[in-house]
Design a protein around this ligand. Sequence first.
Ligand SMILES: Cc1cc2nc3c(=O)[nH]c(=O)nc-3n(C[C@H](O)[C@H](O)[C@H](O)COP(=O)(O)O)c2cc1C
Length: 181
Amino acid sequence: MEQATIMQTAKNPQAQKKDGIPDGKQPRIRRVVAFVGSPRRRATYEAVQELETSLKSHAPVDFEYVFLADSHLGFCRGCKLCFDKGEEFCPSRDDRDSLLEKMTGADGVIFATPNYSFHVPALMKNLLDRLGFVFHRPRFFGKAFTALVAQGIFGGASIQRYLETMGSKDRDSDGTSEDEC
Ligand SMILES: Cc1cc2nc3c(=O)[nH]c(=O)nc-3n(C[C@H](O)[C@H](O)[C@H](O)COP(=O)(O)O)c2cc1C
């Protein structure tokens, strides 16, 4: 079996224990959705399965996998209508809204991806691009978030930081917002 290094962190708007499992004071995580950015069901998928097992050893959890390779999600066309007028003006008619609904309906969200050439693969990047309006106008509050990166050798730390930035409420705290137009 192929060896893969797995990197994983947990983010929650409120405090969490170091292992990412909420302590007794946290609202219990009942519904988790994992967005899997690998085109195949190998290391990344297996890592998410381990996380699922770990979570379920603490409490019952409704756990859903979204394999982006099986989703119908066209590339962002760059029109910015979602930013300027509203997401309903996006010219692409595909699975975007159903993926968004899955996030909305979950209280724990996982972005799981392999390292492809020191970044996320196109499947995962396209999801993030298509949800760009969410990252500019945050709407998900009070959810737990975890990023998980599988890789062969090297480069995953920056990918992990990138996904944490996308999934956390602290997006403005790394200074990158000053570069935005
Ligand atoms: C196109 C491509 C690019 C990759 N680039 C890197 C890389 O830059 N660094 C690395 O450590 N592993 C890299 N890998 C290895 C994968 O990250 C690794 O095999 C990972 O476990 C694959 O996850 P999966 O089994 O879920 O597909 C690359 C693999 C592919 C197919």
